[in-house]
Ligand binder design. Structure first.
Ligand code: MG
Length: 378
């Protein structure tokens, strides 16, 4: 039995992780940590009976303890997550929560030699320069749940770094890659992702291609690649999830249906491909696979992410924090779709980055980006 602790169990990735654990059979849930959705957390706890339940937010402590009534042990805040990260009882830490709060448990678990399966790209993006400097010497395994990075991870198994020419990240293009003008796009339209069913933040990020920009930075951290070794193509069918071009001319890629349970399961069982597909891909039904270059004028946030990656320092953190604020304002109807992109560009370009940041510099940069974005939203 492998024991799994899930931070962010009540979100879309968390729920899918529990489904996968149920199907695999030889993995058990050791801890379930939610954000604010305590009612769902308790329902999950009843079904999976973990040792611990908890919330990443300290202000849920009283409410949680009242509701749990000693049925489970509780853990609160990032301190609680840190306990799980270093606990000998935990084999795999799944990070499926939003925001950049989970940097500490991520690092602590890796330093203890654990496997960390992460779906949280904000933390990897914001802390990119710090992670890049410490990951090569770290003991644990950091395995991506993000479908593209899982595809690339799988396509890189057994590879020599010196034989890799570049990696290609496919982007579905979201709902608007064919649309001529971005005027008047409503949150409802932007939330209609053609292929993937995901949380609202990442769905909007897919519509602006900001998500793909974050994934470029994420890939650079995870695979130790420079910005010119990472290419993005539009691939509307979302069947090919990652490609690696080797110097000998071979391209190795991973294909599957767009189903997050596949990368989640691989992150738990890697390097094995265990379990059985919920709905396997019938390759003869795949009539066409198409790939297009990205129109950078239409999707300026992708180029902005390359800029943030090249400049480095605190810029990726500013990019991610500003986008978070702007996406929320768009979802609340405070700003339009074009304004969302403009605010992220303006905030990121006006930031003077700290070149070799420490944790406190990243936090300060995020705070600045949040303040400045809100100011621009008005
Ligand atoms: Mg992705």
């Amino acid at each position: 039995m492998k024991r799994v602790a899930i931070i962010g169990s009540t979100g879309s990735i968390g729920k899918n992780t529990l489904e996968v654990i149920k199907e695999l059979g030889d993995y058990e849930v050791y801890a379930l940590i939610s954000g604010n959705n305590i009612p769902l957390l308790l329902r999950q706890a009843q079904e999976f009976n973990p040792e611990y339940v908890g919330s990443v937010f300290s202000d849920n402590e009283k409410r949680l303890n009242e509701l749990v009534k000693n049925r489970w042990k509780t853990l609160i805040g990032i301190e609680g997550c840190n306990e799980l990260a270093i606990s000998e009882e935990v084999d795999i830490l799944v990070i499926a929560s939003k925001g950049t709060l989970t940097f500490e448990p991520l690092i602590k678990a890796l330093r203890c030699g654990k496997r960390v399966a992460t779906a949280n790209k904000e933390t990897i993006v914001a802390y990119a320069p710090i992670l890049k400097s410490i990951l090569p010497a770290i003991q644990g395994e950091l395995i991506p749940i993000d479908s593209e990075h899982s595809g690339i991870y799988q396509s890189l198994l057994g590879a020599e770094r010196s034989n890799i020419s570049k990696i290609i990240l496919p982007a579905s293009g979201g709902p608007f890659y064919k649309r001529e003008s971005f005027e008047g796009i409503s949150p409802e339209e932007a939330l209609e992702h053609p292929n993937w069913k995901m949380g609202s933040k990442v769905t909007i990020d897919s519509a602006t291609l900001m998500n793909k920009g974050f994934e470029v930075i994420e890939a650079s951290v995870l695979f130790g690649l420079s910005s010119d070794e990472i290419e993005v193509v539009i691939h509307p069918q979302s069947i090919v999830h990652g490609m690696v071009l080797y110097k000998d001319g071979s391209v190795i890629s991973q294909l599957s249906k767009p189903d997050m349970r596949i990368p989640i399961r691989f992150a738990l069982t890697a390097p094995e491909h265990r379990g059985s597909a919920f709905d396997p891909l019938d390759i003869s039904e795949v009539k066409t696979l198409t790939f297009y270059k990205v129109d950078e004028n239409k999707f300026p946030l992708l180029s902005l992410a390359y800029y943030a990656l090249k400049e480095g320092g605190t810029l990726p953190a500013v990019l991610a924090a500003s986008d978070e604020v702007a996406v929320n304002a768009f979802l609340e109807g405070k700003i339009g779709f074009i304004r969302l992109m403009d605010i992220v560009i303006e905030v990121t370009q006006s930031h003077s980055p700290v070149k070799e940041p420490e944790i406190k510099d990243i936090i300060e940069a995020e705070e600045w980006a949040i303040f400045r974005s809100k100011e621009l939203i008005g």
